[in-house]
Design a protein around this ligand. Structure first.
Ligand code: FAD
Ligand code: DLZ
Ligand code: SF4
Length: 511
């Protein structure tokens, strides 16, 4: 009997180990669009279109190479609604000797798959996901025994192991990290290249109609879908990024501009995370562009740090700390998600813009996610589990392995500092420095307290005050607490009052 290989929607690459094991005469690949994966959170409509269309294109590609693909569309007769159900159905239809899967990117699914063998009465083998440059075991070996897990040291280890941007044992240019050169605001006259978009082909059009019909209540806009849905298209996005955007990626990495979430970012996470691109090829193209003299070192290094450093780090971190990571709540934050997270209707222009970008595009860039939406979520003490769910469903690149460490550990410090050395908090002046949002805002960034003051300003000090017991002894918070302790009583009570008033209005969605 042959082997049934189950391929998930975010595993669309022939670089997986399973493709070396397939016997084209006896085996088949099963791909299934199922309700459980599409609705366990109410994913952005564009995310579902991206995955279903990319799955359908990839299935054709496999078939063209002579592999038998059993493809189950969402609306096909007898769709079982879950991956397990679809595997079970195949086991009834044909005599399969065993089932092989590549480990999924989410803990909930791995736990479920580990039970399939006994539930389905067939041998189920789970292969490692070899797309990642650092294996789960490799990360665990690095992490074991360390008091603190800091991305920077992991990243250096990855540079040494892979030889990327290395001259022998030394980093190219003499420094590991050019982050100091990556923090420039973007002047209004800087022209940004247009993002690479693709007109939907007949396959994508069919999926768009399907998503419209079956997921009307899911978050986000479906209009103007332009993501790449094939490897060829994703390679075009990569090549265009290297030529047009990477040279300025470094300096403007932290900048924000109203009406443009794309800026000089790569927009590659969608494709890296679903398999259309591999992290190795993306890193090596950026390195080659540096060696060819096409991009400065701070850009090449800054970009490579994100992929070889952060991306690999959060993936290792996720598996190292799951399942506990999902339930952490260091600051006991309880507030439900404000209504405007769904609608974007708020007078706080930075949040309005970032949430509207998210609704429109299923995308916002890193600093929007971190320093606007994330910063607000922490300062307003929103429930970590509510924030986690939101981030998992609104972005087209979101899977729990990458979303959860960024949300629970990076923005919310819900794990008490396993990933971050201090909470990422900032008042309105940071947002004002890095963006043009404040000039169109209903609040005044220059005002510290009172009904027209920027809410980030007083929420910031309230947060510092409320969590002194947990944070004041952190050496990286010393400057902040020194300022706080110098603040006179009248200022402190003005902060408290402004916060109380704001939070009351927040409950009524009147901010
Ligand atoms: P670029 O700015 O061009 O960066 C290049 C690549 O580096 C990205 O494509 C991505 O693969 C990688 N990268 C950069 N930063 C990170 C990071 N912190 N963690 C992991 N990879 C990183 N990224 C996701 O892929 N999926 C998510 O669900 C996700 N959720 C996030 C939630 C929060 C609260 C924050 C602060 C960050 C999150 N990120 C997530 C990381 C980062 O914001 C996105 O990877 C990035 O914005 C994607 O856009 P880009 O491809 O244009 O990235
Ligand atoms: C995100 C997603 C969606 C929306 N739909 C499917 C699907 O119908 N079939 C499938 O195989 N995968 C889908 N995915 C991706 C999975 O949710 C993903 O593989 C797991 O979350 C593990 O990373
Ligand atoms: Fe955001 Fe405050 Fe600036 Fe308004 S004033 S855009 S709320 S930072």
């Amino acid at each position: 009997a042959g082997t049934l290989f189950l391929l998930l929607g975010d595993q669309l690459t022939e670089s997986l180990e399973m493709f070396q094991c397939i016997n084209k005469n006896t085996d088949a690949v099963l791909m299934a669009e199922v309700k459980q994966e599409a609705t366990y959170v109410h994913h952005h409509k564009k995310k579902i279109v991206l995955l279903f269309s990319a799955m359908r294109h990839f299935a054709r590609q496999l078939e063209n190479s002579g592999i038998e693909v059993i493809y189950r569309t969402y609306d096909c007769a007898d769709n079982q609604g879950s991956l397990q159900g679809e595997v079970m159905r195949q086991l009834k239809l044909r005599d399969w000797g065993r089932v092989v899967v590549t480990e999924p990117g989410e803990h909930r699914l791995l736990i479920s798959m580990q039970q399939w063998s006994s539930m389905l009465g067939v041998a189920v083998e789970i292969l490692p996901d070899t797309r990642f440059i650092c294996s789960r075991q490799g990360f665990a070996d690095w992490a074991e025994g360390r008091k603190q897990l800091r991305m920077e040291f992991f990243y250096r280890e990855m540079r040494r192991q892979t030889g990327v941007l290395m001259e022998g044992t030394r980093p190219v240019g003499g420094k590991w990290n050019y982050d100091q050169q990556n923090r420039e605001p973007m002047p209004a006259n800087v022209a940004v290249p247009k993002p690479t978009i693709f007109q939907p082909d007949p396959v994508t059009k069919e999926v768009i109609a399907l998503v419209k019909a079956h997921f009307p209540d899911h978050f986000g806009e479906l209009e103007r879908f332009g993501f790449a849905v094939t490897r060829e298209q994703a390679l075009t996005v990569l090549n265009t990024f290297i030529q047009e955007r990477l040279p300025d990626f470094g300096r403007y990495q932290d900048a924000m501009r109203e009406g443009d979430p794309w800026l000089f970012h790569s927009h590659l996470s969608f494709y890296l995370n679903c398999g259309l691109l591999t992290p190795r090829e993306v890193v090596s193209q950026a390195e080659a562009a540096y060696h060819a003299g096409q991009v400065p070192l701070n850009s090449a290094e800054g970009f490579i740090r994100q992929v070889l450093g952060w991306r690999e780090f959060v993936r290792g971190f996720y598996w190292y700390f799951m399942p506990d990571l999902a339930s952490q709540n260091y600051f006991s934050a309880q507030r439900p998600l404000p209504e405007f997270f769904w609608t974007g209707h708020t007078n706080m222009n930075c949040l309005r813009q970032c949430i509207q970008d998210t609704r429109k595009h299923a995308y916002a860039h890193h600093i929007q996610r971190l320093m606007v939406i994330g910063n607000f979520s922490l300062l307003a003490e929103l429930s970590p589990q509510a924030v986690q769910e939101w981030y998992l469903l609104v972005y087209a690149d979101a899977y729990e392995w990458v979303e959860l460490p960024n949300v629970a550990s990076m923005i919310l410090y819900a794990d008490g500092g396993k990933l971050a050395s201090k909470p990422y908090i900032a008042s309105g002046s940071y947002i004002n420095k890095m963006s043009d949002y404040c000039s169109n805002c209903g609040y005044s960034v220059a005002k510290k307290t009172g009904p027209s003051a920027c809410p980030f300003n007083y929420l910031y000090w309230q947060f510092v005050a409320r969590h002194a017991d947990k944070l004041a002894s952190n050496p990286r918070m010393q400057l902040i607490y020194n300022s706080f302790y110098r603040m006179d009583d009248s200022k402190r009570s003005a902060v408290e009052q402004s916060c109380a008033e704001f939070l009351q209005k927040l409950e009524k969605n009147d901010v």
